[in-house]
Ligand binder design. Structure first.
Ligand code: ADP
Ligand code: ZN
Length: 721
């Protein structure tokens, strides 16, 4: 009799043993269906020695139902799942689930039915039908997805099918992707670029683990360099994974990839529709998908034949996932490269301090591109001290910045104003009674969005229409907006320069791939004079006409004062500055601040990156902060304040005493209410030598909590709220 251990996708169950029926072939990694009580569950066959399960006598073992028609998860991926679960103190089941991100794909290939518009107008036109016809132009997807896109019920769409306005299309899930051509359009590289490319190509040929830090200034052509490594992986018939920090950047990448290799790469992120995900998953698992570009969720997919991993904009904090499994995709990608024995390239103009340190101590090979490509110069950076050059009352842009924007407008060049705040104003209050609009579910102000005339919470999505009367005192027309958001800055520019074509670039306006593509095209063609945007436009883009960057409020990021506030501010401003003057015309950057003396701002103004990193490194060393020491957080939450407090107190009360570990708290989290849950935090600061995970497991493992309490562990946290 063959006995197998199954990792089941239920964190509470963990691993269970089963019997393999006669004639069935189950090997480690096989994805199987198993009986559980009256139900059936999906799981993965695992090596029994690396996974604990309850002892069950042979006679009691139930037989597996079937092995699903998908390739077994490869051994390096199984090791990665174990490592991730162990390092981040997460259930293995939750990590493994990320590898099987498309459950439909496990059922094999075949076909699915999608629908698209026929161009025929239905005889009867209801408002809903009209809305659907309008929204679905150019779309093709399943009924459920189309209904979500159009914001109508599936019933409305079925009606449109009957009326002949929508037609079914059969889609073959296993239709092959067109082959990328490694030599489709080979660029001529500068000597620096060539040296970088040569090192990468050699590493891909060698086929073992080699981590690189590609440290190149903005506009140096980092993409062109790592594309040569991708080309080599293609020639070798091996797969490449390119991780990008945001979906918004994939559109841009896609185009550049197509120009270089003749075909688009395979895309993977949360808004790829289900049929495409299913197709992509199968091609990734079979080895047929050559190059996959995606957000962090692409990291755990079951690549059959990986040859290279690239992490672009590797400093970006969005690689850190803060819900579900709290992991850092940048760090796990390096571990994956190690298990897969392949090279990994971290590309950035403003590397994270942690990455710098690893390059410093020789763990990473640093490859530098000190100059912009094609002789373009780096922009000049100037501080605009708001205490001396004050904007007019009720305005946020200093006269000098406005004058520069106006000059660009006259010369037909572009300006970019950066403010990392969506909406019109971060706080709205009543002039007559002082009432402040707060989210009922979160410790946060509601943000006015004037365009959609709503007050919205940026944490939980709670939204209400802007009221006509103050809900507290009943006064009419009494609401005042406090402080600027992107919408308000756009208004200000419009007021002063009515002729300017202004585009707002935030996750509110650029929320679909199409809108992003339209924006990028318009910006590249010079159809936009002034871009007002959040961090969304700070990176990746190359707009040749853009010669002025204005940072509206450089002090904003320093306010919270968390561990990485300085670093993040430096990175954001250096990145957005890097959008200026990327082509022939030189760029200028104006940074508005009230604290020109702050170390970060001074370093930016002096263009002295080394000084900044040195000071920051020293500060971290003194504080025992990463990369010199380690942090972890324990987040306790419940819908009931008392329950959360009690659980936090219990954890605090059983804290271990350890010379290498300091434990702070419990204390109410800065965001003490989030999505209707009350939150408490404990912070753990450990020396690098401490066995942090072991301590956490032994500390929290034996504790019992009421059902409504959630206890989350965040190893290497990025968020301190
Ligand atoms: P980075 O990512 O380092 O900021 P990019 O890779 O976006 O820089 O390159 C900046 C611009 O220079 C892009 O438009 C890119 O196509 C162009 N470029 C870089 N290297 C070359 C090259 N060797 N030949 C032609 N164009 C290049
Ligand atoms: Zn909220």
């Amino acid at each position: 009799m063959q006995r197998v251990r199954i990792l089941v996708f239920n964190a509470a169950l963990g691993a269970l043993d089963y019997r393999v029926p006669e004639g069935m072939k189950a090997v480690p990694g096989s994805i199987v269906v198993a009986p559980l009580g009256p139900r059936q569950i999906i799981g993965v066959v695992w090596e029994p020695e690396s996974l604990e399960a309850a002892e069950v006598p042979e006679s009691k073992l139930r037989p597996l139902v079937e092995v699903l028609p998908a390739p077994p998860l490869p051994a390096p991926l199984r090791r990665l799942i174990e490592w991730t679960a162990d390092y981040y103190c997460a259930p293995m089941a939750s990590v493994a689930r990320m590898a099987l991100a498309s459950s439909a794909a496990l059922r094999g290939g075949g076909t699915v039915t999608e629908y698209r518009l026929t161009g025929t107008e239905p005889a009867r036109l209801t408002p809903q039908r009209l809305a659907a016809l309008d929204a679905l132009t150019g779309e093709q997807a399943t009924i459920r997805e189309l209904a979500a896109t159009a914001g109508v019920s599936e019933g409305v769409l079925r009606g449109l099918v009957s009326a002949g306005a929508l037609e079914p299309v059969t889609v073959d899930l296993d239709r092959p992707y067109p082959a990328a051509k490694p030599d489709f359009a080979v660029p001529e590289l500068s000597p620096d670029q060539q040296a970088a490319a040569d090192a990468f190509v050699a590493a891909v040929r060698e086929r073992h683990f080699r981590p690189f830090l590609l440290d190149g200034v903005t506009g140096s052509g980092k993409t062109e360099c790592y594309f040569e490594a991708v080309a080599e992986a293609l020639r070798q018939g091996r797969q490449t994974l390119v991780l990008l920090p945001e979906i918004a950047l994939t559109q841009n990448f896609l185009r550049r990839f197509e120009q270089r290799f003749g075909v688009p790469p395979v895309l993977w992120h949360s808004s790829v529709k289900s049929t495409e995900r299913r197709r992509a998953w199968r091609a990734i698992a079979s080895g047929e998908a050559q190059v996959v570009v995606g957000a962090r969720s692409a990291l755990f997919l079951p690549y059959a034949n990986l040859g290279l991993i690239v992490i672009d904009e590797a400093h970006e904090i969005s690689f850190k996932q803060d819900d579900g499994v709290r992991y850092n995709a940048r760090d796990v990608a390096v571990i994956r490269a190690k298990f897969e024995a392949v090279p990994v390239i971290l590309a950035s103009a403003t590397p994270a301090l942690e990455s710098m340190q690893l390059a410093e101590n020789g763990t990473y090979e640093r490859i530098e591109l000190p100059d912009r490509f094609g002789g373009a110069s780096l922009p000049s950076i100037e501080i605009l001290d708001l205490r001396e050059e004050q904007p007019e009352r009720g305005r946020w842009l200093a006269p000098r910045l406005m004058k520069e924007i106006e000059a660009r407008l006259e010369r037909g060049e572009q300006s970019l104003l950066f403010l990392n705040r969506r909406g019109y104003a971060p706080l709205t209050l009543c002039r007559s009674c002082g009432h402040r609009f707060q989210c009922p579910n979160c410790t946060a102000w509601l943000v006015e969005h004037r365009f959609s005339r709503r007050l919205a919470c940026h944490h939980c999505g709670h939204e209400v229409p802007v009221p006509e009367l103050c809900p507290e005192c009943g006064e009419a027309d009494c609401l005042v907006a406090c402080g600027p958001g992107v919408e308000r800055i756009a208004d200000e520019v419009r007021d002063l320069l009515p002729a300017a074509r202004i585009a707002q670039a935030t996750s509110d306006t650029l929320n679909t791939p199409e809108r992003i593509a339209d924006f990028v095209t318009a910006a590249e063609e010079g159809a936009i004079d002034v871009i007002v945007g959040t961090q969304l436009v700070t990176k990746g883009y190359h707009f040749p006409q853009l010669t002025l960057v204005g940072v509206v409020d450089a002090d904003l990021g320093l306010e919270g004062g968390d561990l990485r506030a300085g670093e993040r501010t430096y990175q954001q401003i250096a990145q957005v500055a890097g959008r200026a003057g990327r082509a022939q015309k030189p760029g200028q950057v104006l940074i508005q601040t009230r604290h020109p003396e702050a170390a970060v701002i001074a370093a930016l103004a002096a263009g002295d990156r080394d000084a900044f990193y040195e000071a920051e490194t020293q500060g971290r060393r003194d504080a025992g902060a990463p990369p010199f020491g380690r942090w972890a957080a324990i987040i306790v939450s419940s819908e009931h304040e008392a329950e959360a407090r009690e659980a936090a107190r219990m954890i605090g009360g059983s804290r271990p005493a350890h010379p290498d570990i300091a434990i702070l708290g419990p204390a109410p989290a800065p965001l003490s209410l989030l999505r209707g849950r009350y939150r408490y935090r404990l912070l753990i600061n450990a020396r690098r030598s401490a066995q942090l995970q072991k301590v956490l497991r032994e500390w929290l493992g034996p504790l019992q909590f009421p059902r409504g309490v959630r206890v989350g562990i965040d190893v290497d946290p990025y968020s301190f709220v």
